[in-house]
Design a protein around this ligand. Structure first.
Ligand code: NAD
Ligand code: ZN
Length: 248
């Protein structure tokens, strides 16, 4: 039996499957992961949340970076890896996709919001830090690039920021709690494309394992948690999941 068949068998035998995805599931969509050399994410020092809030100059820098690098994100389309998970969700086999990604590609592959748990937020729109009002990026981009204007909430004058969780910003409580519940409730937990080094997110596979779920890690390179997994596949996500689930 090869790895594809093993994973197929585990999926067929599971009652409730949870997925945990990282930047690696989106590289085949053209979005570089954290580690790839020269990747957009490695060029800049991160802007910490407190600095964003306290300094207008930092907010300028954050939006300048956002729009300088946004084209990759805007152009990206879901790939076979996203489609495979979408199919498992549609079949009712997979009950949650817990993701570290901020690219919105799980939603774009047709998975309903209710099945996606974004641990690090979403960079495809913005929100007011005070009242939570949502803002689309296109008008912000126009005002920023045209007139150098920083977005301000029209409802409460609050600071508007991409809906991502920055370094130094608290993890989103509701999503963390949902992720915990889903992780504890599943009997098969599949990690796809995460180096499993960013905590607390990387703690979820450990929670799944402790609760007795089977753990699968599908990643191009080895991770620290490979030793505790029931099945480790060092391969490409799109081609592997296409074979396993039967999508193009
Ligand atoms: P990471 O970059 O630390 O790890 C990605 C892993 O995926 C690597 O181990 C790599 O070997 C593997 N990988 C890459 N392409 C693959 C492929 N096609 N098939 C199989 N494996 C592949 O990513 P992480 O663990 O998600 O942590 C990075 C942090 O940066 C996260 O917190 C995330 O929020 C953020 N980030 C998000 C995006 C995105 O939204 N697409 C992109 C970059 C970084
Ligand atoms: Zn507001």
């Amino acid at each position: 039996m090869d790895d594809t068949e093993r994973l197929q068998e585990m999926i067929a035998g599971a009652k409730r499957i949870g997925a945990f995805t990282g930047a690696g599931i989106s590289t085949e969509s053209g979005i570089p992961d954290f580690r790839s050399p020269g990747g957009i994410w490695t060029k800049y020092q991160p802007i910490y949340f407190d600095d964003f809030v306290s300094s207008e100059e930092m907010r300028h820098e954050a939006w300048r970076r956002k729009f300088a690098t946004d084209e990759t994100m805007v152009k990206a389309e879901p790939n076979a890896g996203h489609r495979a998970l979408a199919k498992l969700v549609e079949q009712g086999r997979m009950t949650a996709i817990i993701t570290q990604n901020i690219d919105g590609l799980h939603q774009r592959s047709g998975v309903p919001d209710s099945k996606i748990i974004e641990l690090h937020g979403n960079t495809t729109y913005a929100t007011c830090l005070d009242c939570g009002q949502r803002y689309e990026l296109a008008p912000i981009r126009k005002a920023f690039l045209g007139k150098g204007e920083l977005p301000v909430c029209t409802k409460c004058d609050g600071i508007v920021k991409t809906a991502t969780i920055s370094f130094g910003q608290a993890m989103p409580e509701i999503q963390m709690a949902r992720a915990q519940d889903e992780t504890m409730g599943c009997d098969l937990f599949i990690v796809l494309g995460s180096s499993l080094v960013v905590y607390p997110a990387a703690g979820f596979p450990k929670i799944a394992k402790r609760k007795g779920a089977k753990l699968v890690i599908l990643n191009r390179e080895a991770t620290d948690q490979d030793a505790s997994a029931d099945l480790v596949i060092h391969g490409e996500i799109g081609p592997t999941m296409s074979r396993v689930v039967g999508v193009n």
